[in-house]
Design a binder for this molecule. Structure first.
Ligand code: NAI
Length: 461
């Protein structure tokens, strides 16, 4: 009999959710991770620490506007080391929570670097374990620029950029994606001169274009500089500083930006190095993603894969969905492959940027008749009362049936506001149903309702 029914490699939001779910279904489970704590990139060095620092720095940046409300804050100052210590505590409390859940469910956590020796056999350092099934949940790693490795001092990945010991005077951010904007905003609020260099002619590819344009305008007003249509060619280290060589697309003009730190946030790659997948014959696509079927089975029997190592949005909550579907299939329970069109995306800047489903741009090119409705937070009582009038809510819907096709929100708490629309999209809800649903007054959520009302009235005209 094998040592375990399931060996999960990787204890991130995909792996730990899979391990717990499998244990709850009665399987004997091991979860292996090279970090000493569970939680993966998301909890240890990604989503959670960045949200902790975004929160602390939002409080700091918000102090400037408090004088308007009769609150004097002239003597206020920040202590970066305490801010970082709080962030570390948020992380360690959460990782302890997972350790507790593992213990309670009887999941054995094994620390070490795992490789798959053969189907059913996993090597972790000196130890070899046997398992009926092996689940690869090793996530992703930051992509580096060619010939510019991360040193986490001058050339930073998100990991280094979330634990700097001092505020850099000049921070160049390569890539105006989710990581670049969130971490750029953290250091900008603390006083760094931040310049974001983006290859495309817009920020946040994939997000509704109107939202992205407005977000860029607001972030620029907060002091973040943007250089669009520019590719970073290389980064040269010069003692304590770096020079970033950028090439303007089209003209080919070269420019050099001096920086005290450079965050390279140009995407992430599936993390499969050292697992032995080639020798095992696990098929990967040209970009390195592990190929799986609807039940997350790879090309090798007994070897499964979920999360960032398989195609789909590289998001923690997508990995969790994969985990649930994969383990339910393994346990012989009814399941459906997750529908990635229903996976929301949130950028946790202030204002937040959140979206799910069809954007107005997608709807425009889809060839189908559609409705769009928008409501600005400027006209929202709660937004006025709390001083959060930036942004708007937008919905797209099918012109024939009135069913929701997508929702995109720029504004305070956009990620939470989006949730009713994610459910609405899943359930095939119509604009009229949302518009006819009572929303608390005064509430930011009234803008969601008003966007649906606006889309309906655009149909009537
Ligand atoms: P991204 O794919 O979101 O953005 C990368 C950006 O870099 C793109 O706009 C691309 O055009 C640009 N770029 C690429 N090469 C360049 C070059 N040489 N010069 C200038 N610009 C260049 O990738 P990012 O921000 O690194 O995030 C990685 C992953 O992590 C994403 O899948 C993201 O969804 C996920 N993530 C999600 C978060 C959230 O949900 N809040 C937070 C952080 C990360």
């Amino acid at each position: 009999m094998p040592d375990f029914d399931l060996a999960v490699i990787g204890a991130g939001p995909g792996g730990y959710v899979a391990a717990l779910r499998a244990a709850q279904a009665g399987m004997r489970v091991a979860c292996i991770d090279e970090r000493s704590t569970a939680g993966g990139t998301c909890l240890n060095v990604g989503c959670i620490p960045s949200k902790a620092l975004l929160s602390s720095t939002e409080h700091w940046a918000g102090l400037k506007s408090l004088a308007d409300q009769g609150i004097e804050t002239e003597a206020a100052r920040f202590d970066l080391s305490r801010m970082m210590a709080r962030k570390d505590k948020v992380v360690s409390d959460l990782t302890k929570g997972i350790a507790f859940l593992f213990k309670k469910a009887g999941v054995e956590f094994i620390q070490g670097r795992a490789s798959i020796a053969a189907p059913g056999r996993v090597t972790v350092g000196e130890r070899e374990i046997s398992a009926r099934h092996i689940l690869i949940a090793t996530g992703s790693a930051p992509a580096a620029l060619p010939n510019v490795p991360f040193d986490e001092k001058l050339v930073l990945s998100s990991t280094g950029a979330l634990s700097l010991g001092k505020v850099p005077d000049r921070l160049v951010v390569v890539g105006a994606g989710v990581i670049g904007l969130e971490i750029g905003q953290i250091w900008s609020r603390l006083g760094a001169k931040v310049t974001v260099v983006e290859y495309l002619d817009r920020i946040l590819p994939g997000i509704d274009g109107e939202l992205a344009r407005n977000a860029q305008r607001i972030l620029a007003r907060q002091g973040i500089g943007f250089t669009l249509n520019a590719a970073v060619k290389t980064i040269a280290r010069d003692g304590e500083a770096a020079s970033v060589e950028i090439e303007t697309r089209g003209s080919g003009e070269l420019e050099t930006l001096a920086a005290d730190a450079v965050l390279v946030a140009i995407g992430r790659r599936p993390h499969t190095a050292g697992l032995g997948l080639e020798a095992l014959g696990v098929r990967q696509d040209a970009r390195g993603f592990v190929e799986v079927d609807a039940q997350f089975r790879t090309s090798v029997p007994g070897v499964l894969a979920i999360g960032d190592v398989v195609p789909g949005p590289m998001l923690a909550h997508k990995a969790e969905e994969d985990a649930a579907a994969c383990i339910d299939a393994l346990a012989g329970k009814a399941h459906g492959a997750p529908d990635y069109r229903l996976v929301p995306g949130v950028v946790y800047t202030a204002p937040e940027i959140a979206g799910v489903g069809l954007t107005e741009d997608d709807a425009g090119t889809s060839g189908r008749a559609f409705l769009v409705g928008k409501a600005s937070f400027l006209a929202n009582g709660r937004a006025r009362a709390i001083g959060a009038t930036d942004g708007f809510a937008k919905v797209t819907a099918c012109a024939e049936t009135g069913r929701l096709l997508g929702a995109h929100i720029l504004g305070h708490g956009a990620g939470e506001l989006l949730q009713e629309l994610v459910l609405g999209l899943r359930l095939g809800t119509t604009l009229a149903e949302i518009a006819g649903t009572s929303h608390p007054h005064p509430g930011m959520g009234e803008a969601v309702k008003e966007a649906c009302v606006a889309a309906l009235s655009s149909a009537a005209t």
